[in-house]
Design a protein around this ligand. Structure first.
Ligand SMILES: Cc1ncc(COP(=O)(O)O)c(C=O)c1O
Length: 362
């Protein structure tokens, strides 16, 4: 089927670009001698995850217990939940996942770790845990200097096996120069390696030293002592990655296909894609509209739920019924808004990929 026949708004994946992105990151990881464990949060599909494994990924990263359940049920047998899993019923659900797949989970507190271990101990099993390190993002995780103290408390808990440390250099999304982004990447690597060294110096095992984000991956994975990298967004990229300088426009694999439904003034055209199709995330590192209208100089200046308002630039013109493609500010959120991603090569729709782990936020 031709792309021209798809109903809008809908997310479209350019297969040539996707394949190039997958291969490039796989080669980088191979050259750096680190395991690639991509974060599946970006696409949430089984089809792209299979392609990542075919390119040499050792397993998948996910954020949520519900996402791990989807991938384990589909036969993915090596999963890491890069999130401090805490909450009612979660340890028991993890036990069920761990019966089907090799599972590791993030921890950053002794209370959280103890609760996770309890059902595993009762079942005579061990859950692999990785201590989360705060490398500067100041979200979750302990500081590198506190890692050994937490490791000493976590390692002896029943039902757990300390597997290593992990971090995410998410604060690189605020960098406005390549030099600053690379500096953050080096810090990410140094800090997580420092935590691993401290844990080993305390006489505890720390075989896995994992890091990664799309803007920092290339530099950070080359750091001394790093064993694993976990980029997610690199499969699609988006307007934020272009603004950060971590990719070019030609590397953006996901666009939202939309139709102009109104041209109420010469300087204004309106798309059928609003925040429910494009997500309302602001572009980083500097806010600038709601995405790139491909092949034009016009800016998508405001969104309401079902409307995307384009400020028409001099030299551009739009007509009712015209179809356009928009590179969103944040591709990971867009896939979570749609049931199906349409895989397209040179204008022809080859497949529709269900967003299998969509909405598994629990
Ligand atoms: C813990 C963790 N690891 C890895 C990633 C992947 O980062 P990116 O999407 O920048 O590639 C994320 C993304 O949010 C994350 O939160």
């Amino acid at each position: 089927m031709s792309l021209d026949r798809l109903p809008t708004p809908c997310p479209v994946i350019d297969l040539d670009v996707l394949e190039r992105n997958l291969a490039r990151m796989a080669l980088r990881a191979q050259a750096a001698g680190v395991a690639l464990r991509p974060h599946a949060k970006t696409h949430k599909t089984l089809q792209i995850a299979r392609r990542q494994l075919a390119e040499g990924a050792v397993g998948l990263t996910v954020a949520k217990t519900g996402e791990a359940e989807v991938y384990a049920a589909a036969g993915f047998d090596d999963l890491f939940i890069a999130y401090p899993v805490v909450g009612l019923g979660k340890p028991e659900r993890l036990l069920a996942v761990a019966r089907r797949a090799r599972l590791a989970v993030g921890v950053d507190s002794v209370e959280g770790a103890r609760a996770l271990g309890a059902p595993f101990a009762a079942a005579g099993m061990h859950l692999r845990v990785r201590i989360e390190i705060d490398c500067g993002q100041h979200r979750t995780g302990v500081l590198p200097e506190d890692a050994a103290a937490l490791a000493r408390q976590v390692a002896p808990l029943p039902g757990l096996e300390l597997e290593g440390v992990f971090t995410h250099g998410g604060h690189a999304y605020g960098c406005t120069t390549d030099a600053a982004r690379e500096e953050r990447a080096r810090e990410e690597a140094t800090r997580v390696a420092q935590a691993a060294d401290a844990i080993r110096a305390a006489g505890l095992p720390c075989p896995v030293v994992s890091l990664g984000s799309t803007p920092t991956a290339a530099t950070a994975m080359a750091g001394v002592g790093i064993t694993e990298v976990r980029p997610g967004n690199y499969v699609f990229h988006d307007a934020t990655q272009v603004a950060l300088g971590s990719c070019g426009l030609e590397d953006c694999a996901l666009t939202v296909l939309a139709t102009i439904v109104s041209v109420p003034a010469a300087d204004r055209a309106v798309l059928d894609a609003g925040s429910k199709a494009l997500a309302a995330d602001v572009r980083r590192p500097t806010p600038d509209g709601h995405g790139i209208v491909v092949g034009t100089s016009s800016r998508l200046t405001s969104l309401s739920e079902e409307h995307g308002v384009v400020s028409v630039a001099a030299g551009d013109s739009f007509h009712v019924g015209q179809r356009v493609r928009v590179i969103p500010n944040h591709a990971c959120v867009v896939s979570n808004l749609h049931d199906v991603l349409y895989a397209v090569r040179r204008g022809e729709v080859e497949e529709g990929w269900p967003v299998a782990a969509r909405g598994r936020v629990e």
